[in-house]
Write a protein that binds this ligand. Sequence first.
Ligand code: IPM
Ligand code: MN
Length: 355
Amino acid sequence: MYKIAVIHGDGVGPEIIREGMKVLEVAGDRCNLKFEFIPYDFGGDRYLATGEILPDSAIEEMRQCDAIYLGAVGHPGVAPGILEKGLLLKLRFSLDQYINLRPIKLYQGVETPIKGKGPKDIDFVVVRENTECLYCGVGGFLKKGTMDEVATQEAIYTRKGTERCIRYAFELASKRPRKKLTLCDKSNVLTYGHDLWQRTFKEVAKDYPTVECDHAYVDAACMWMVKNPEWFDVIVTCNLFGDIITDLGAMVQGGMGVAAGGNINPVGTSMFEPIHGSAPKYTGKNEINPIATILAGSMMLDFLKEEKAARLVEDATIKVLSEGYLKDLAAGKMGMSTSDVGDLVVKLMGNGDGK
Ligand code: IPM
Ligand code: MN
């Protein structure tokens, strides 16, 4: 029995999470797993109604859960930054989810905008540090609103935070067939913070002699991800660069409709989510693509070490993508509703006897 906190969030969040839970329930039935879903209504609507974003008591409850399944956060009526910091980043930081794991995998049947590249060329993972860098919220204003205004925003890198992230990436790379790890940084300019990354990377590398080490400056990495995505196997990078390159990665793998991610604390409570946002204009229309959320559910199963259930979900989703069921991955253009796609994944999971 797994206890899963569910934060459906704003906009299309409830619709996609509903399909995700539907798929997880059935995968659970097939594999003798039970899920207790504990719903939380945190998000823009609740904030506007009550002023509350995420009370500490809820964080403590979620800490006791096996995982968190998150829909989407972002509300047109709430100023940028409030929900991001108060909900999403607060969860990542409080639960010390220090890895943001984002597979960039082009599934069969999905179109990449990159000419001449196919599924064999696009299959890598970005390991994004998830608790430090420019995301730490250190900074301030001086003489705000005047012509003499000064604003500072500091990037914090700690040895501990850098090392645990790099170690996670080496561990992951050492278990993949290609065993290649690319450090993506801007050490030619960030000569303090990313010098720490460089030194830490070289030290940790000594513990992983089977992993081939590689390096790319982040600007060049953006270029190579488009020009030669087949060069990458695992990329490790800081929080901000990871944020940016994984949106690029999502496009390379065929769009936000299929991009999923995990916020991982290897010894705590991790959180799984689609990378796309709350897409307010599609709210309640049953037109949004739930595939990214369903794949986030499969990542969650992997993390819970329920590999059989994870493959059941992923394989059924791959079938949906590769066997031409969807006209397009974009919202409103799938030729199917959100709930139809969820039903289809369930149907393609078969009856549990491999049929
Ligand atoms: C992401 C998002 C968040 C981030 C935002 C919503 C704070 O873009 O998960 O990539 O910047 O990490
Ligand atoms: Mn992002």
